[in-house]
Design a protein. Sequence first.
Length: 282
Amino acid sequence: MQIISISSLKGGVGKTSVTLGLASAAQAQGVPTLVVDMDPHADATTGLGVRQDAGTEDVGTLLSHPRRVSLADHVVASGWTGSTAVPAADGDGGPGGTPRILDVVRGSSRTSLYERPTTRQRELRRLTQLLEPVTRYALVLIDCPPALNGVTRMAWAASTDVLLVAEPSLFSVAGTERTLRALDLFRKEYAQGVTSTGVVANRVRPASVEHQFRLGEMERMYGDRLLPVAIPEQGNWQQIQGAAWPVHAWPGRTAAESAALFDELLSAVQRPLKDRRTQRRH
């Protein structure tokens, strides 16, 4: 099971949008996926069409006693599951077929109780203990808060991969470089299970000279860890997320182009680092 933390040190770079885009790509490809909403704002929960009164415990409550609960009892099927506009794989959802799995662990403000910095193993392993018995999914996406705090570190400790989201701006590029250094130190001490770290450029404006300059800067600073997929700024993202729809199901050419890019991004984060190096050289 691959567990990917989607993180950023700076808010407003589209971290949750990337999480939702990857979830949409996974659903379209029939990958059994769980989204864990660790951000106290719980925007991923809303974007996935899950109500806060869904009748299950939120992740903040579950983290308070991880050994005494079964995570499987508190997942909620995404509101996207019933979208007939998502193209189905062969036999998917048909008679005798296996329906697609896109489940959610609800976020809530209670997660903020764990934002204090900590290096205590008992605290860092709370999410790990929740996820350890889970075997139903091939992919787990963790939407982290936009901060380098105890919640983010808890997510990193439970992950196999960490994806940092950055936009091509001065403050975001510098902040991401600092986050990479902090992540490397954290991996050595507390998160040896993290096998891959990468950066994705998001909200890119291809016609912007400044953005093109910053993208070149990101390549020089991050090297092979900069993924070979850049997500452009899209004007109708707010509409798509407000409707709680997957981008793969949204009509129009722009959404289709974005969906294709998220397909590429999902393939890139599932690809070993050595393969990314080969692709970047070509």
